[in-house]
Design a protein around this ligand. Structure first.
Ligand code: PLP
Length: 482
């Protein structure tokens, strides 16, 4: 827990900013929430934002920007080739990460596309702490496969382990031996493991993985999309880094990696993305693909205004009072929910609060998507939109059978510096009501199921009439209230 950002004695997160531009939001009556959920095929991705009270779907591209980011957007240098804006961004990245080359891309998955095309060959295996949806899709589309080496603690909903995102070193050594280093396309470490609760990776673990990769001649790739939360946790949970400044932590991480890539929709609170690499040969290989898929080398699919916002956002990420804001709100939301008996992933991670749908909806079989059903139910009960991170987010096996996720989570993302504590308390209250009435929630089945990334566009229907019954119970308990 950071001593600078919590009020002493009480668990009240302290916002280290003031809100100077606002957007009005709507809270629809429960009947209309049910109707818009129906129209969205019980998939929170397909809801219209105008029907949403609090959008906790994701932190992607929806973080609040600072006044300095907006100001920087005004002085962007518009040019197809060689814009000053690009060179400013390149210099900021080189300074923060201490790596030689930067390649711009339009967002995180575009970096994954380029990296997969460069390093993945058919039949190769990528080893990683845990996959992210788009990472896995790009690796498998290129003919590779992947293997996850997260420590056993990472799958435990409740744990005292401060760095649940760590790679299990024993599993890593064993996998390298089993596959042989020539079959391994790369090892990947994802900061703040997205799909298993936003859990951080420790510096000691990164150091050890790097040592093993370097001695085996295996490339080490770092997904820095959720770096800012991970930095906060290294600073606050690792006794060796309490006095370290943020930039020196970033430098140390980058020095252990061959490739660093990020989604600037998360890191730097802007939009866009990019790849950092020091090796000249690897740089030249990846560089060929940027104009082909992204755009010319000095913008890579980003607008110059976004690049300016990103340069400033990255520099602001070096400030503990900025990067603390999501983790302390996540912790507050987790604590509110725990106090009401609702099962959530602990210790609280970054990115968002993760409700354990396996416990919450223990009566729903896993092939009826308990986390998807819970996400739909949370919207009906509260107007809060969250995201399924469970079996629906998985790809089916080659033979068409379901690949059951290790965890079934409803993720309430906390975009950086967007929501207030009273909104967080409201969310916890409504979810606590839902928990009391959890038996009313039933399963879901697909009515339309896309082959790739089905959770984005797939449409589902409730099994039985549970959604109507849930809305009716809400009306009984809440009277006229929204
Ligand atoms: C969001 C995310 C990505 C993909 O980034 P986009 O900008 O959404 O394409 C990759 N890795 C992680 C860990 C992410 O959170």
């Amino acid at each position: 827990m950071s001593k600078v950002t919590f009020l002493s004695g009480e668990n009240i997160p302290l916002e280290m900013h003031k809100v100077r531009m606002v957007q009005k939001v709507n809270l629809l009556p429960v009947e209309e929430r049910l109707q818009s959920m129906r129209e969205a095929g019980f998939n929170t991705f397909l809801l219209k934002n105008r029907d949403v009270f609090m959008d906790m779907l994701t932190d992607s591209g929806v973080n609040a920007m600072s006044q300095n980011q907006y100001a920087a957007m005004m002085q962007a240098d518009d040019s197809y080739a060689g814009s000053e804006t690009y060179y400013r961004l390149e210099a900021v990245l080189q300074d923060i990460f201490g790596m030689k080359h930067f390649l711009p891309a339009h967002q995180g998955r575009a970096c994954e596309h380029i990296i997969a095309k460069t390093l993945v060959t058919p039949g190769s295996v990528a080893l990683m702490n845990y996959h992210f949806t788009t990472t896995k899709a790009h690796i498998t589309l290129t003919g590779g496969s992947l293997e996850e080496l997260i420590g056993d603690e990472g799958f435990k909903i409740n744990s005292d382990e401060p760095f649940k995102g760590d790679i299990d070193i024993g599993k890593l050594n064993e996998a390298i031996k089993r596959h042989g280093k020539d079959k391994i396309s790369f090892v990947r470490i994802e900061a703040g493991t997205n799909l298993i609760g936003g859990q951080p990776v420790s510096m000691a673990n990164m150091r050890e993985v790097s040592r093993i990769c370097r001695s085996g001649g295996i490339k080490l790739v770092y997904d820095a999309s959720l770096l800012s939360d991970n930095l906060y946790f290294i600073k606050t949970r690792d006794p060796g880094y309490q006095d370290a400044d943020i930039k020196s932590i970033v430098r140390e991480i980058a020095s252990l990696m061959d490739i660093v890539y990020f989604s600037a929709r998360k890191l730097g609170s802007a939009r866009g993305g990019g790849i950092l690499v020091s090796d000249d040969e690897l740089f030249l290989k990846m560089r060929e693909l940027v104009p082909l898929y992204e755009g010319f080398l000095t913008y890579g699919g980003m607008s110059v205004r976004e690049m300016e916002a990103l340069s400033v956002g990255l520099q602001e990420t070096m400030d503990i009072d900025v990067i603390s804001q999501t983790p302390i709100i996540v912790e507050a939301l987790c604590n509110e929910l725990l106090a009401k008996g609702v099962p959530v992933v602990t210790p609280p991670g970054g990115l968002g609060c993760h409700v354990d749908a396996m416990q919450f909806c223990s009566h729903i079989p896993q092939d009826q998507y308990p986390a998807g059903a819970l996400a739909a139910a949370i919207f009906i009960a509260s107007g809060v939109r969250c995201m399924e991170r469970g079996t629906m987010s998985e790809q089916r096996n080659e033979d068409g059978s379901e690949r059951m996720a290790e965890m079934e989570l409803a993720r309430l993302a906390v975009p950086r510096r967007v929501f207030t504590l009273s909104q967080v308390k409201y969310t916890a209250d409504r979810i606590a009501w839902l928990y009391q009435n959890r038996r009313l929630i039933g399963g879901l089945e697909f009515t339309e199921e896309p082959k790739v990334l089905r959770f984005f566009f797939g449409r589902l229907q409730p099994i039985g009439g549970w959604a109507e019954q849930l809305a009716e119970q809400f009306r009984k308990d809440f009277g006229d209230s929204l």
